[in-house]
Design a binder for this molecule. Structure first.
Ligand SMILES: NC(=O)c1ccc[n+]([C@@H]2O[C@H](COP(=O)([O-])OP(=O)(O)OC[C@H]3O[C@@H](n4cnc5c(N)ncnc54)[C@H](O)[C@@H]3O)[C@@H](O)[C@H]2O)c1
Length: 253
């Protein structure tokens, strides 16, 4: 068990990649705070962890709201007395070019995808330091590395996550905080299903997405979770400030 004795907090853990991270971390021995603004999703993740014999609790949070993120970190500390691992994973996206992007959509995307990561770090790092150190894994995206068509605000936010990750890494390396980002490519989560169902021809659009994958398939949430596990455990003890791309070769060509 790679995370025995650890306490982890995973945001956006009620669905997709975050749920896969929460389940894997619990299977590796961590007690897991499952944070999401979806109560149904969060409770489903907690039920799965408990059914497998693990320890988890749901925390309802909108990661863009300072007081709620602060209260979630406090809730984890009250429940388990420590916080060793934070995964800032909750995210959202709006499909639009920069000209088409409504200002409210820009503000909301940056608030959830970038400010949410800032708030998570802001409130989790002091108790981590007080306890001797900790690890943070931020879910960025290949959209933080390259331009993705029609995703202006999302690309800006995810590139911001990569920059913030590097900044925090250098600021806190002396206090035994490691922080890294993961940059998934196209992953077959409920997020993608939502995008597809908004298309006039979801089947054809899925086919188009699959065809642009060098491996001829999308990633699975569990494959992204294994990268998060690597960055969260001591296997990556010499790794901080990096952005690990897990995209089946999408951005390699
Ligand atoms: N699926 C992909 O192809 C893909 C690719 C690259 C990066 N990502 C990133 O991975 C992360 C997870 O995406 P996913 O595919 O699992 O999506 P998903 O929609 O399946 O899950 C996202 C979860 O985040 C929660 N959430 C959204 N906004 C929130 C907020 N303000 N506060 C708290 N919870 C909130 C949702 O309720 C949901 O449970 C996101 O940051 C996303 O940008 C996804």
């Amino acid at each position: 068990m790679k995370l025995a004795g650890k306490v982890a907090l995973v945001t956006g853990a009620g669905s997709g990649i975050g749920q896969a991270i929460a389940l894997l971390f619990a299977a590796e021995g961590a007690r897991v705070g499952v944070a999401d603004f979806s109560e149904a999703g969060g409770n489903a993740t907690v039920s799965q962890i408990r059914a497998a014999g693990g320890d988890a609790e749901f925390f309802r949070v909108d990661v863009s709201r300072s007081a709620e993120v602060n209260a979630t970190v406090d809730g984890v500390l009250q429940r388990w007395g420590q916080l060793d691992i934070l995964c800032n994973n909750a995210g959202m996206g709006v499909a639009a070019t920069v000209v088409e992007t409504a200002e409210e959509d820009w503000d909301r995307t940056l608030a959830v995808d970038l400010k949410g990561v800032f708030l998570g770090c802001k409130y989790a790092i002091p108790p981590m330091i007080a306890h001797g150190g900790g690890v943070i894994v931020n879910t960025a995206s290949v959209a933080g590395q390259v331009g993705v068509l029609n995703r202006a605000a999302y690309c800006a936010a995810k590139a911001g996550v990569v920059g913030l990750t590097k900044s925090v890494a250098v600021d806190y390396v002396g206090q035994n905080i490691r922080i890294n980002a993961i940059c998934p490519g196209t992953v077959d989560s409920p997020w993608i299903q939502k995008i597809l169902s908004a298309q006039p021809d979801p089947v054809a659009e899925r086919q188009r997405m699959v065809e642009r994958q060098p491996m001829g398939r999308m990633g699975e949430p569990a494959e992204i979770a294994r990268a998060a596990l690597y960055l969260a455990c001591d296997d990556s003890a010499f790794v901080t400030g990096t952005a690990l791309v897990i995209d089946g070769g999408l951005t390699a060509r």
